[in-house]
Design a protein around this ligand. Structure first.
Ligand SMILES: [Zn+2]
Ligand SMILES: [Zn+2]
Length: 366
């Protein structure tokens, strides 16, 4: 059996913390490692499950006492046994942390709720970002239970709340004042559930696996967020769904360096090519192209191909492609090459270490 991590350690809390602090620590961990926010990340899923198990034990005073006294052995079989357990208990987490309570947070009746926004991290190849692409996303999200339409009860399984008589509010006297608060029995709903929906265990929401095709426009870059309206989590029976945010991560190109909408391509060029001028075949986004290098170009010279860069995300047109020339001086010369360069130096009046016995010859050899 694998060793289990200490529950307090999992939630990064001291053993002396209060229930409120446990809940806060769990909320933080659950939001961070939530599977919807970390699609496909197994480490995050594991941490989410660990945190849920830790919370399940530490949030119950008796279980916590048993754990404090006997460790994991004291609470064996009382935590979650598998993922199914976690998700059947998951409704509670939604209600408390993700705003899915259908009125349970004391807002009174008829208040329009909005489902949580979701984040989906999408990694794109360089070319996919440049040219745009249709991508199918697959993720889990909470949706309204189809059996009870989010009402959380079986048909006829609700009755008027006895405490507030269906108003959803109660008046309490406090000194000279009478204050009105959400009814503690029905939590503001005015109705009580007598028969909870069997399908969703009275949560009103269930997890669903959603497939969605999104159009990535040409010219996107890392850090851009695409909003897909209404594809977040359900807002319950009368609420509005949240939005889905697709956060883009674009891989670097092995060929080009991207500078906003411009591309930079570094190409080595020999001293003879640079001096005499030449033709270079270079890769572009549209395949290989031949460019003319004028005679006498210097190191760092840029040849710009206008409009051969990345499309502008907003508006029309494209950036440029800059071919940056990098002058390469040969490190080693053949006998013939050296003789010719010595001759070149002589004609040009350059003081080269001619004769082959100079300093450079000693270092680089033949
Ligand atoms: Zn249901
Ligand atoms: Zn009530």
């Amino acid at each position: 059996m694998a060793t289990k991590r200490d529950y307090y350690e999992i939630l990064s809390i001291e053993r002396t913390v209060t229930e409120v602090e446990i809940k806060a620590a769990y909320r933080k961990a659950a939001l961070k490692h939530h599977p919807d926010r970390n699609p496909g990340d197994q480490a995050a899923e594991l941490m989410f499950k660990e945190a849920s198990e830790a919370y399940e034990i530490l949030s119950h005073p008796e279980k916590r006492a048993a754990y404090d006294r006997y460790g994991h052995a004291g609470v064996q079989g009382q935590g979650f046994q598998d993922a199914g357990d976690i998700f059947s208990s998951f409704g509670n987490i939604f209600e408390e942390f993700f705003g899915f309570s259908g009125g349970a947070q004391g807002g009174g009746r008829g208040r329009v709720r909005r489902g949580a926004d979701l984040r989906y991290d999408l990694t794109l190849e360089f070319e996919e970002a440049v040219f745009g692409i249709d991508r199918e996303l697959e993720f889990e999200r909470a949706c309204e239970c189809a059996e009870c339409n989010g009402s959380r009860a079986e048909p006829g399984g609700k009755s008027t709340c006895k405490t507030c008589g269906g108003v959803g509010q109660v008046r309490r006297s406090q000194g000279f004042f009478a204050i009105q608060t959400a009814c503690p029995t029905c939590r503001g709903e005015g109705e009580q559930i007598t028969k909870p929906c069997k399908s969703c265990h009275g949560k009103g929401v269930k997890m669903e696996r959603k497939k969605l095709s999104v159009k990535i426009p040409p010219g996107v870059d890392t850090g851009l967020r695409l909003r897909v309206g209404g594809e977040g989590e359900s807002g319950g029976a009368q609420g509005q769904p949240g939005d889905l945010y697709v956060v883009l991560h674009v891989k670097e190109s092995k060929i080009f360096e991207r500078d906003d909408n411009d591309l930079v391509l570094t190409r080595p060029i020999g001293i003879a090519q640079a001096s005499l001028g030449s033709r270079l075949t270079i890769p572009t986004l549209e395949g290989d192209k031949t460019i003319e290098v004028p005679a006498g170009v210097q190191h760092g010279h840029r040849i710009t191909l206008a409009g051969a860069g990345v499309p502008h995300l907003k508006g029309i047109g494209r950036g440029d492609l800059h071919v940056q020339l990098e002058l390469v001086v040969p490190k080693k010369l053949s006998k013939e090459q050296r003789e010719l360069l010595e001759k070149f130096a002589e004609i040009s009046g350059e003081d080269a270490h001619a004769g082959g016995g100079g300093f450079f010859h000693k270092i680089f050899g033949d």
